[in-house]
Structures are given as structure tokens and as C-alpha cells.
Design a protein around this ligand. Sequence first.
Ligand SMILES: C[S@@+](CC[C@H](N)C(=O)[O-])C[C@H]1O[C@@H](n2cnc3c(N)ncnc32)[C@H](O)[C@@H]1O
Length: 268
Amino acid sequence: MTQNTSGYQDSPLVARLYDQVIPYRDRPDVNFFVRAALKTGGPVLELGCGTGRVLIPTARAGLKITGLDLSEFMLEACREKLTREPRQVQDLVTLVQGDMRDFSLDPSFSLVTTPFRPFQHLLTVQDQLSCLDCIRRHLVPGGILILDIFNPSLQGITADNLGEEVGAEPEFITPEGIKVQRFNKSIARDHFSQVLDVELIYYLVHPDGRKERQVHAFQMRYLFRYEAEHLLARCGYDVIELYSDYDKSPFGSLYPGELIFLAKKTAG
Ligand SMILES: C[S@@+](CC[C@H](N)C(=O)[O-])C[C@H]1O[C@@H](n2cnc3c(N)ncnc32)[C@H](O)[C@@H]1O
């Protein structure tokens, strides 16, 4: 595993298992992002596109989409999946290895998305500002940014369970016959910098019975609603919608829910 300078630790194991992890496989956000892409007509830029969980269905819907990710392992998994798609889907996709804090592409996107919280791997205000400035430069006039982050649960970020392995997920079996179960652990919470140190722990049982424990450690910064709104305003965006869920439940209708901002690039 390699630690990059954002809060995300790159890992070949995570890239290999990502699409099979039940909560990721069943995550109810794909249609939301595909519909948003259809509404703008594209082209779309997905930052932190990972294995293409959202990117590939977007291309299948006929949208031109560029996926940018820091992780070569995740991009490789995405490329491999794309080889199984029809030519016309493949032709709509461009993949770029890069950092969402500082990238330079053709600045012609009508929609920029950040599905499943990549923005929260940016651990400082400076990194967040660099990313939002960079996105703005890549949006056409009136273009839309969808910022997808979690709404911090006060109970969750103060729970008395540091160092405990919790949250047993449903087991799954990979095509190679490896039995996998995942847990999570909060290692540390810095409430001054708002950075959470988290571990995802994978227990593997190989077909020959050999057992393995693999840890994916990373950091995430939590942001509350008004902090995110101020950031967006400071970087030249107008918030036009704020949802708590991918079914467009309005903010405040469930707790903690998500913070899903639709923000329009301001003129000028
Ligand atoms: C939880 S995954 C989300 C992947 C995908 N968007 C999805 O919805 O399945 C977070 C992704 O953000 C990427 N990432 C983290 N920091 C990044 C950065 N600074 N620039 C670009 N990608 C980054 C990681 O490599 C990882 O693929």
C-alpha cells in the first residue's frame, strides 16, 4: 500500500474487491448521478472515479465522461471493466490519472461530480479551495458541480468506540473463491482539524483455508452544512439544491443522511 498526500491510501486489494463489497455494490446513488448527467447533457467530469462504479453507467446512458483518480490501482480496475463494454460505451470514456486538487484538462464540462466522498480525502482548507477553484475553471458558464459528502453524525463522531472493530458487513465470496468479511475501526478523531483516522479491516479466507487480515487505513475530513456552503460561495458557486439522500430527500428530512450539493458556477 502507498500513502499519497491526500487522505486516501492506495491499495491493490481494495481496488480488486471494491465492486464486490456489499454496501458499495448496493449503494443507491448511481441513478441519481446518471440522471443529473442526462439533464446537463454532458460532457461530465467525475473526480475520484475509482473503479467506474458510477462512470460506466453514465457512459452507458450515452454521456461523454472523463474520470480522474489519483489511484492507478482503481483506474486499472476501471479500465479492465471497460474492456467488457461495447465499443460505443468505451469511446465515451476518458480516464486520467491525476489529483483533484490540481489538474488541467479541456475546460468544457457542463457537470463535475464527486460521487461517494472523494472530496473528504482533502484534509486541509487549502486543498479544498484548490480543488474547488480547479473545478470552477473546468466548468462551462452555468455549469454544475455536485459535491457529495456525508453529513457528520454527532453521535458517530463522538462515539466511545475508538480502537474497536465494529460494523460487521455481510460476507461475500470473490470469483476466485475467497471468502471476505469487512469491519471498520475508528483509530483517532481530531475535532480541531475535523480529520477522522479510519481503518477498514478485511478478513479473507482463501480456498485452501489460509486466513489473511488486511487493513485499509485512510483519513477523511468531515464538514458541516454551513462550512461547505461557505466554501462553495467563496469559490464562486451558488448552491441551488441540497439533498439528504439520492432520492432527493431535502436536507433536514433525515439524520444524519448525506450532504449532496448541486452548485452552479456563478457568472464572471
Ligand atoms: C470512496 S472512492 C469513490 C470512487 C467512486 N467515485 C465511486 O463512487 O465508487 C474514493 C476515490 O477517491 C480517490 N481519491 C482520493 N483522493 C484523491 C485525489 N486527491 N485526487 C483524485 N482522486 C482521489 C481514491 O483513489 C478513490 O478512488
